[in-house]
Structures are given as structure tokens and as C-alpha cells.
Write a protein that binds this ligand. Structure first.
Ligand SMILES: *[C@@H]1O[C@H](CO)[C@@H](O)[C@H](O)[C@H]1NC(C)=O
Ligand SMILES: *[C@@H]1O[C@H](CO)[C@@H](O)[C@H](O)[C@H]1NC(C)=O
Ligand SMILES: *[C@@H]1O[C@H](CO)[C@@H](O)[C@H](O)[C@H]1NC(C)=O
Ligand SMILES: *[C@@H]1O[C@H](CO)[C@@H](O)[C@H](O)[C@H]1NC(C)=O
Ligand SMILES: *[C@@H]1O[C@H](CO)[C@@H](O)[C@H](O)[C@H]1NC(C)=O
Length: 417
């Protein structure tokens, strides 16, 4: 255990980082893209989703959809095709994790990024973006820059509104009657929340493939992650009085800082790779130098302080439960002193679970806890590489050997053609 003084210091540091990053939020980005290119930023770190996938020969479409509570989300579609030009059915939805966007599925490049691998296998692929990231930072009447209420959401609302809206949109657009849903970390946790709160949606997927699913997080090992989220939980109201509801936005100083330094190859290896390893765990040779240089062009992708606070709470709780507002507010909102637990028995969809032994963000003990509660697990697979960690799912150069074969088997088994 870290000493109390050390924890306090890290809490202060986190808060300073967030505040400074926010206050110095740049009205125009620090450097324009031409300057960045001249400075040697890799081109892929500067391209958006459609530009980048098109560059590698995968034309993509952009779609806008509305949630029931008025958030406007962007979704991408990368239609793969089998020989003969017909995509496999049903459509496949990929949902990213905390602080990511759909860009995460491309960062490992065409030989390892799961979006490319799944499109190559001929699926009609849809990539969601949850509220608050730079592709989904919009609302029918609230302005993210001036309405604090816009940022009053956590994974609770992402599961309640964003995932159902994403599924409805794809079903309506493609006229399919089911999808296959693949969720990474928060993307999987949000699906469980949807099943609990809106059970009529749960079986709109034929199969739910979960990659390092984040439900209960009691045993998370990562000290930086615990410190960051728990500080957000302690300080949410203080930050709110200073007008800070949003964190790690693209274009904010903290993100620009990473985007500036990490693309330089020597710093990337020296600091950004070490930082990544410290945050998750050390997996030498997994994330390529090129991926590391590219991913910080758009990571972190932004979320609310409230959402990070919610994760901070989940690490201090033995349950998978809703946001804890304190006794009196809980009573008013939920009718009970403690926040209600999510009903994992309601996750009736067939589920496969892939997880890594060295994942310091979603611990194997919490995976075991989850597996004891999910009623319809088709298979739970511990990735054979003992060093497989959390961020490997989207960024590793080894996905083709480690997790894709299993994903591909299940997609095929549950597809119609
Ligand atoms: C991506 O870039 C293209 C071309 O510059 C632009 O038309 C499109 O609107 C951008 N998409 C998003 C979601 O930013
Ligand atoms: C956030 O939303 C909840 C209801 O979901 C409400 O009770 C709470 O007061 C809101 N918080 C703020 C700061 O507006
Ligand atoms: C369903 O899709 C059709 C076109 O395919 C579109 O016109 C309609 O607005 C969509 N409905 C919803 C609720 O998205
Ligand atoms: C990545 O960079 C490090 C340090 O610059 C170097 O030692 C290593 O060989 C590089 N790896 C690859 C795969 O290029
Ligand atoms: C949880 O979900 C199951 C399956 O849908 C249902 O039978 C049960 O009543 C639910 N439990 C609660 C407490 O809502």
C-alpha cells in the first residue's frame, strides 16, 4: 500500500493536471495540422476515422443518431464484403472503452486493428461512439461548452441510452432483426447495464462478445487508475464549482501535451510506453512503436468527471451498482440508502468473455465474480499469453494470434451466411 502522504500527493497532482489542462483549454488547437506534419507527427495520428480507414482501402460511412435523452452520437460503418460482394449478416457493432473513441479500433494498423480484421472477414461492421467523446460531443438542445448538465452522465446513462440507440439505429438501417455486439471494457459493462434496465433490448444481439468487460472493479490493481478515478470522485463537486465537468478532451492541453510528445519516436519509447505500462502492465513487444506514436493523436478522447467518479466508486465497492450520491440523495433518487445493484441475471443474451491474466484495470478476480453471475455464458477464455493486459485489446500488434481467432470463430458461428 502506498503511504497516505503519497496518495494525497498523487491526488493533488491529478487534480492539478485536470485543472491546468482545462483552464488552458485552447480555443484554437496549439499547432495546426500542417505544422504537426512538418514536425514529423505520423499522418495517421492526424486523420479522423473515415480519412484513415479510407487511406487503407476501407471506405467508411458516417452516421448520426439521437438518443432518447437528446444526445447526438456519431457512428461509423465499414462494410466488409466476402467474395461476391455480399457482407455477412447480421451486422456487427463494436463499442470502445472508457476515454476512447471508434479510432481505437484502427490504431494497431491494418494487420492488427480489430476493425480491419473483422471487415476483412466480410462483416458489415458498425463502430459506435458514446456521449462525450469528440465524435459524440453534441446534443439537440444542450451545448457541451456551456451547459454543465450535458456532462451529468456516467456509464449508467451510456448503458441506459447510448447502447440501445446504437442498436436501434443499426437494426432500422440494415433491416436486420439482430446484431452481434462486441464490447470492450466499458463498452461491455454498458451492455450489461442495458440488459438490467431495459431487458427488452438484451436479446437484440444474437451474441455478446465481451473483451475485458468492466462490471464490478473491486480488485483493479492499477494504482494510477485508482488514484485518478477516486480523486475525481472525491472532488467532483469542487471541480463543478470551478466549472469543470469534462476531462481529457481532445485539444485540451493535457491531451495536446501527449499528442505533442508521444509521436516523437524516442520520447514515445522512453516515456509514453513506460507510462502506458505503469497504467496497465508491462507487456514488452506488444504495442508497436508506430501504434504508440499514432494513438496519442486522439487518445484520451474525453468524458465527464462524473463518469470517472463513477469508476472511482466502483473500485471501493464490492458490487456492480449505480452511481452513489450519498444516503439522502440516493433515497430521493432510488428509494434506497444504497444505490441499486445491476441485475446481472437479466443478461440473458449468449455471452462470450475474453480476458487477460495481466489486466491491471479489470482484474481476473472480478471476471470470476462476473462469470458466477451471468446466466448465459457460452465460453470464458483466458488469453493464452500470460502478459495479455487491458489496453492490448485495442492496441496490441499481436491480436491476430491472441484474441482474433476466438472472435472470428464466434462471429462465424453466429452469422447467417
Ligand atoms: C473526417 O474528415 C472528412 C474529410 O476531411 C470530413 O468530411 C468529415 O466530416 C470528418 N468526419 C468527422 C466525423 O469529423
Ligand atoms: C444529475 O442528474 C441527476 C438525475 O439523474 C440529478 O439528480 C442531479 O441533481 C444532477 N446533477 C446536477 C449537478 O445537475
Ligand atoms: C429508419 O430508417 C429509415 C431509412 O432506412 C429512416 O428514414 C428512418 O428515419 C429511420 N428511423 C429511425 C427511428 O431512425
Ligand atoms: C521501438 O523503439 C525502440 C527504442 O527506440 C527500439 O529499440 C525498438 O527496436 C523499436 N521496435 C520496433 C519494433 O521498431
Ligand atoms: C433480474 O432479472 C431476472 C431475469 O430477467 C428476473 O427474473 C429477476 O426478477 C430480476 N431481479 C430483479 C431484482 O429485478
Amino acid at each position: 500500500m502506498a503511504s497516505r502522504g503519497a496518495v494525497t500527493t498523487s491526488v493533488m497532482l491529478c487534480v492539478c493536471l485536470v485543472c491546468v489542462g482545462h483552464v488552458l483549454r485552447l480555443p484554437a488547437r496549439l499547432l495546426n495540422d500542417d505544422t504537426k506534419r512538418a514536425l514529423g507527427y505520423p499522418p495517421d495520428s492526424l486523420l479522423n476515422f473515415t480519412e484513415r480507414s479510407t487511406r487503407y482501402g476501407y471506405p467508411a460511412e458516417e452516421h448520426r443518431l439521437f438518443t432518447q435523452d437528446g444526445y447526438i452520437l456519431t457512428m461509423f460503418r465499414m462494410a466488409g464484403a466476402k467474395e461476391g460482394g455480399v457482407a455477412r449478416a447480421p451486422p456487427v457493432i463494436l463499442m470502445h472503452g472508457l476515454l476512447q473513441s471508434a479510432d481505437a479500433w484502427l490504431d494497431a494498423g491494418p494487420s492488427a486493428g480489430l476493425a480491419y480484421l473483422i471487415a476483412d472477414a466480410g462483416y458489415d461492421l458498425w463502430l459506435g461512439n458514446v456521449r462525450g467523446n469528440y465524435y459524440s460531443r453534441d446534443h439537440v438542445h444542450m451545448r457541451p461548452d456551456t451547459d454543465p448538465q450535458y456532462w451529468n452522465f456516467s456509464v449508467d446513462e451510456i448503458g441506459l441510452y447510448d447502447v440501445p440507440a446504437t442498436i436501434d439505429y443499426v437494426l432500422n438501417y440494415t433491416k436486420a432483426d439482430k446484431v452481434i455486439f462486441l464490447g470492450f471494457s466499458q463498452g461491455a459493462g454498458a451492455y450489461f447495464i442495458m440488459c438490467s434496465e431495459r431487458p427488452e433490448y438484451c436479446n437484440k444481439a444474437k451474441l455478446l462478445i465481451t473483451l475485458a468487460p468492466a462490471a464490478r472493479q473491486t480488485n483493479t490493481k492499477s494504482v494510477p487508475y485508482r488514484t485518478l478515478t477516486q480523486s475525481m470522485n472525491k472532488l467532483e463537486s469542487v471541480l463543478a464549482t470551478s466549472g469543470i465537468q469534462e476531462v481529457f478532451t481532445k485539444g485540451a492541453l493535457s491531451q495536446e501535451f501527449l499528442a505533442f510528445f508521444c509521436p516523437l519516436s524516442w520520447i514515445s519509447q522512453l516515456i509514453c510506453a513506460k507510462g502506458e505500462a505503469l497504467f496497465d502492465s508491462f507487456h514488452p513487444g506488444s504495442i508497436s512503436n508506430e501504434t504508440l506514436r499514432v494513438l496519442f493523436g486522439h487518445f484520451p478522447a474525453g468524458t465527464s468527471v462524473h463518469n470517472l467518479a463513477r469508476y472511482g466508486q466502483s473500485m471501493q465497492s464490492e458490487r456492480f451498482e449505480k452511481f452513489d450520491y450519498g444516503k439522502s440523495k440516493n433515497l430521493e433518487l432510488y428509494g434506497s440508502l444504497r444505490p441499486p445493484e445491476y441485475n446481472l441475471s437479466a443478461v440473458t443474451v449468449p455471452v462470450t468473455v475474453l480476458y487477460g491474466e495481466s489486466d491491471h484495470l479489470v482484474d481476473t478476480e472480478d471476471i470470476a465474480w462476473l462469470l458466477r453471475r451471468l446466466p448465459n455464458v457460452v465460453e470464458a477464455v483466458k488469453v493464452s499469453d500470460p502478459l495479455w493486459n487491458h489496453l492490448d485489446v485495442t492496441y496490441s500488434s499481436l491480436t491476430k494470434q491472441t484474441i482474433f481467432p476466438k472472435i472470428s470463430d464466434y462471429l462465424l458461428q453466429y452469422s447467417d451466411n
